[in-house]
Write a protein that binds this ligand. Sequence first.
Ligand SMILES: Nc1ncnc2c1ncn2[C@@H]1O[C@H](COP(=O)(O)OP(=O)(O)OP(=O)(O)O)[C@@H](O)[C@H]1O
Ligand SMILES: [Mg+2]
Length: 317
Amino acid sequence: MDAGVMTGLLKSSKLIMVTGKGGTGKTTFACALALLGARLGRRTVLCEIDNQRPSCGAVFGRVPRFEPVDVLPNLSLSNIEFTGSLEGFIEQMVPMPRVVRLVLENKMVHRFLDFTPGSRELVIMSRLGALCDQNDLVVVDMPASGHAFSLLDILRSARGLFRSGPVRAHAEHLTERLRAATSRLVFVALPEEMVVNETLETMDRMAAASLIGGPPVVLLNRATLPSLTTDERSLLARLAEQPLDPVAREFVRAGRWEDRLEQATKTSVDRLRERFGHEPPLIPPAGGGGVPREIVTTVAVHLGRQVGLTRREVQWT
Ligand SMILES: Nc1ncnc2c1ncn2[C@@H]1O[C@H](COP(=O)(O)OP(=O)(O)OP(=O)(O)O)[C@@H](O)[C@H]1O
Ligand SMILES: [Mg+2]
């Protein structure tokens, strides 16, 4: 495994945006990466994007609000709600508190925002920029791939819509922030053909639009680590052809299933390595009875090893 990938990601980036197909483990990995950033001594904020039902709260035991709440040393949580973000956005555009209040109370402004494509995303991106200014590291639990692309691509539309003025200047500033080498996208994939396809498609789309400056990283979740040797695999294949008693047949079936999972991981790793240019860190399925906090701990311990953090340094309960 390529330890340099995780080290570069966790020690040198400013903004880590975690995306991937639905249900791959985005929230779990965003929580784990933020925890590791904090454990490395970086002041870290873990963000959800305008989430009606924030999911990181179940992991860290506090419901994230707009204003970051501290959950562990060096770690806070924030839900980037639209309303709170809008206030900050308008404050930056018109630095006069009385005018800000008037703008916020104006129904027409809200109607304008509701009907102007991309305005919500721009306001939310603006809040992300502010959190980057206030922290060493910002980790974002992004929406699934397609939506993540639209959110990031909004700055291009904003630059097209506003030819000059403060909104234009602001959009340019945010664009620069995303194009810095310290801004990174993390894709969470699974060892399944469809998921790998979607991961590669989104990665290509992001790359073609030159949205993010730092190289993308891919992590393979629920990977079955290689254990069978070539000899064992051919033995299993031979045995499967033989007449066997029911118990032996069960064993062979289990072995063949394991082999299939390992092969699926290997195929996925090969495809991802070729396009991302690094060995994807593999994270096996965790036990923990499905408790999100325990799954996050297991994932963080796995990834933490690659940046020299021990289990004891990572664990928080
Ligand atoms: N390596 C793992 N082992 C076991 N369970 C896992 C693992 N990774 C994630 N999970 C579990 O799988 C479920 C989905 O993970 P998670 O919520 O992180 O995915 P997501 O990509 O954020 O989903 P969504 O698209 O719905 O936001 C959760 O219950 C999580 O605890
Ligand atoms: Mg999620």
